[in-house]
Design a protein around this ligand. Structure first.
Ligand code: 5GP
Length: 186
C-alpha cells in the first residue's frame, strides 16, 4: 500500500544515512528531493541531495503554492516541492520526506495518514560531536545554532508516531526497515 513517511530528527542524528540505506533496499519507495536556499556542502549534488535555489525563487514558489510544506531553519529555507510528492502518491508509490518538525506539522495537518518517525541520537553530547565533525567548514555561530536547534527538536519527539534511537547504525536500520515494511505491506 502506498504510504507517506515523514522522517525527522536533529541534524547529525544520522537520519540521512538511514534514509539512504532504506532507499537502497526498498525499490518501490521514492525519496522527495527538497529545495533549499543554503549552499551545497562539499560532495553534495544538485538534484540528488537538494535543489539549490535562491531566496527569491523560494519565495516565488511559496506564493505560487508550489510547496507542500516549508520551513526556515537556522536562517535558511527548506521545502518540499509539491508536484513530485503528489504525483508519486497518486501513482500509488510510497514516499519519504526527510524534513524537520515544522514541515512535519504542516504535512500531517494536510495528510493525517502520513507516518511520522523521529530519529534520535543516543545523547545530546554525542549529537554535538557529530554536528561539529560533519560541518568543519561552517562558522562556529552556525554550528552553535544547529546544536541549539537540535536540543530544541528533541522536545518534539512525543509528536511523532515512532522514535528510532540511532546508537548502533545496524540496529537502528533494522528497526526502521521493519517499521516501514510493516506499513507498506498493509
Ligand atoms: P541540512 O542543512 O543539515 O541538510 O538540513 C537541515 C534540516 O532541514 C534537517 O533537519 C532536514 O531534515 C531539514 N530539511 C531538509 N529538507 C527539508 C524540507 O524540504 N522541508 C523541511 N521542513 N525541512 C527540511
Amino acid at each position: 500500500m502506498s504510504k507517506l513517511f515523514i522522517i525527522s530528527g536533529p541534524s547529525g542524528a544520522g537520519k540521512g544515512t538511514l534514509v539512504n540505506m532504506i532507499m537502497k533496499n526498498f525499490n518501490d519507495i521514492f525519496l522527495s528531493i527538497s529545495m533549499t536556499t543554503r549552499q551545497p556542502r562539499p560532495g553534495e549534488q544538485e538534484g540528488i541531495n537538494y535543489y539549490y535555489i535562491s531566496v527569491d525563487e523560494f519565495k516565488n514558489r511559496i506564493s505560487q503554492d508550489k510547496m507542500l510544506e516549508y520551513a526556515e531553519y537556522c536562517g535558511t529555507y527548506y521545502g518540499t516541492p509539491r508536484e513530485p510528492a503528489e504525483n508519486a502518491l497518486s501513482n500509488g508509490n510510497s514516499m519519504i520526506l526527510e524534513i524537520e518538525v515544522e514541515g512535519m506539522r504542516q504535512v500531517k495537518a494536510k495528510m493525517p495518514d502520513a507516518v511520522t518517525i523521529f530519529i534520535a541520537p543516543p545523547s545530546i553530547d554525542d549529537l554535538a560531536r557529530r554536528i561539529k565533525k560533519r560541518n568543519p567548514d561552517e562558522l562556529d555561530s552556525v554550528i552553535e545554532k544547529r546544536i541549539n536547534r537540535a536540543k530544541a527538536e528533541m522536545e518534539f519527539t512525543s509528536e511523532y508516531d515512532h522514535i528510532v534511537v540511532n546508537d548502533d547504525l545496524d540496529e537502528a536500520y533494522n528497526e526502521l526497515a521493519a517499521l516501514i515494511a510493516d506499513y507498506i505491506k498493509e
